[in-house]
Design a protein around this ligand. Structure first.
Ligand SMILES: O=C(O)CNC(=O)[C@H](CS)NC(=O)CCC(=O)C(=O)O
Length: 320
């Protein structure tokens, strides 16, 4: 029974990869050779799509299941969306469950990484803040031995009156981060961001041009209204203008009466092509793709924007 399940899941995953390759590539590989080249590539990543709720145990169960799916598909890293472990149903609820990174919630996720020997990108963890009224929206990277190797606190907070939607004021309970963070991993150098950061291209430029990022991570819980208008365009722009892979794990669908997320988890290559996506924008599951760092190199070599871009001094003089 176990084998049957694994095979079915494997077949379904491969069919997603093949479909995307067929759409995104003009080359006519046969299906079989595509599967073989995918299987031999060791830089496979997964990006999760889920609908977290205000129940830590239920969300952990979903994450565990998706980690197992990703590990059996050969992924080295699985990326989870912002607020993967908890989405509040009422204002202020998140602060009450916030914990430090060495607390029991994060411990559970670290064990998960160790047991499945897989790296985790845990975007948007409610990290206990400097007082009981505040938290940090923290993106945590855990290696395959279960060790936290890096963390980034969301810099741009979502204080926005969404046209045709709600008013959000993330800064009411959240402290803004101050540091740009990149870290090495088996799939390349990762640039860490969270959700609303996506609208601020400067942070991605710093990650690529100052910190050497090759893969930009954008765990998110975009609103339905803004996602429909901007999600894919902004993500592909960040990939193209920085010549990086972009992995954007997304919250999807209705979390409670008041909150609904756009969904559409995607993995984008440095040419801007979408190479991983679930068949449905709202379903729970994983998207898979193989990271090819030689593609990052060749895109950058052929279009050398790092050498051609102007310095801050140039722009200062040009604006006098
Ligand atoms: O509060 C939580 O539980 C998790 N955090 C979020 O959902 C955050 C802050 S409210 N959402 C965003 O940043 C949406 C950005 C967005 O939708 C856009 O830029 O258009």
């Amino acid at each position: 029974m176990k084998n049957v399940t694994v095979n079915l899941i494997g077949g379904r995953f491969y069919s997603h990869i093949l479909r995307h390759r067929r759409v995104s590539s003009s080359l006519s590989f046969s299906s079989l050779s595509t599967i073989e080249s995918m299987a031999s590539n060791s830089l496979r990543v997964a990006a999760a799509q889920m609908t977290s709720i205000n129940d830590l145990a239920a969300n952990f169960a979903t994450c565990s299941r998706l980690v197992q799916e990703a590990a059996s598909a050969g992924a080295k890293l699985i990326c989870f969306p912002e607020a993967f472990s908890y989405v509040a149903a009422k204002d202020g609820e998140s602060v009450t469950i916030a914990q430090p990174l060495d607390g029991p919630i994060m411990d559970q996720y670290c064990s998960l990484a160790r047991e499945s020997s897989i790296w985790l990108s845990l975007g948007g963890f409610q990290e206990k803040g400097s007082d009981d009224e505040h938290l940090s929206n923290t993106h945590v990277i855990v290696d395959d031995t279960g060790k936290i190797i890096s963390s980034y606190r969301k810099i741009h907070l979502f204080d926005v009156d969404v046209p045709g939607g709600r008013v959000y004021k993330e800064s009411r309970f959240t402290e803004a981060g101050k540091d740009v963070v990149a870290v090495d991993s088996p799939i390349g150098r990762l640039g860490l961001t969270v959700c609303y950061d996506l609208r601020f291209p400067e942070i991605y430029q710093l990650l690529r041009f100052q910190h050497g990022a090759q893969v930009l991570l954008v765990p998110s819980a975009f609103t339905k209204v803004t996602g429909e208008a901007h999600w894919e365009i902004l993500l592909r722009a960040r990939a193209i203008e920085n010549q990086c892979y972009v992995i954007a794990a997304a919250q999807a669908g209705k979390h409670n009466e008041k909150r609904e997320s756009y969904g559409d988890t995607v993995i984008i290559d440095p040419w801007g092509t979408i190479v991983g996506r679930l068949p449905d924008r709202l379903s729970t599951g994983i998207a898979l793709a193989d990271i090819d760092l030689s593609l990052v190199d060749s895109v950058r070599e052929k279009m050398p924007i790092a050498q051609q871009r102007k310095s801050n001094d140039f722009w200062k003089a040009a604006s006098l």
